[in-house]
Design a protein around this ligand. Sequence first.
Ligand code: SIN
Length: 301
Amino acid sequence: MPSLSIYAGGLQLNNPILLAAGILGTTGASLCRAARSGAGGVVTKSVGSLPREGHPGPTIVHVEGGLLNAMGLPNPSYKDFQDEIDAARASGVPVIASIFGSFAAEFAQIARSLKADAFELNLSCPHAEKYGSELGRYPDLVESVTGAVKAASNVPVWVKLTPNTADIVELGLAAQRGGADAIVAINTLKAMAIDIETGYPILGNRFGGLSGPAIKPVAVRCVYELAGRLEIPVIGVGGVSTWEDAVEMIMAGASAVQVGTALLRGYGVFEEITTGLSRYLERKSMTLEELCGLAGKEKLQ
Ligand code: SIN
């Protein structure tokens, strides 16, 4: 079987299929379980500088083609999260801590205090006041937050971008100028659902973020555009449910792929996707490196 091991975004990964932030990433035990189930690396739920309860419920609703969530960045604060990261690191796969803040020094303070294999900067949550895309839609803020975290830590820094913008490449270039080791694209699309019996928005926060198969073509387009313009690796995320989706994302230019909403099917998705990817590479007599960005180069025979 072809090797799936890859060096991406400053990390050596046994395989390029990673657990995305926000799903099953709140405890060391669930992160370990993802690792034992075949994830090449795991990203934690985003943590900030203070404990947050998050938005009022309902916080999740199923919609056609995916899920709408408005969790509201609930977390115990980074001060009460190191034990979970340490437990997850015992699994042997890289643990990437997703962190958020509302200004550069807040991100830097968290990065200085928390020990992880890498940081993923959440500059893209579409529904939390003063956080996420409220900073991440401005290239100058993306650059300064990235630069501040790079200066505060000595591990790779990944920057997760929002698709809720006219030009995601501009944001990617800003992260690259700030010293990012990789871009993660994309976070959820800002969206809403309304209960037609009552006339009320379903989510407690009214607005949320759409994930799942419905957003995969948007994610593929963003990865393709970013990979075509940036020097740093792009990690693809958004609606990847099957090995075919992962192949498509890698062909668009993703060096690695994160899986989130598909975990609703269970932890078996990691094994399904890595096995399918291996068999595909074997059938096509290709390496992972040859597959990466193929859609921007030449077509398969
Ligand atoms: C949340 O906790 O609200 C989701 C985080 C995100 O969309 O980045």
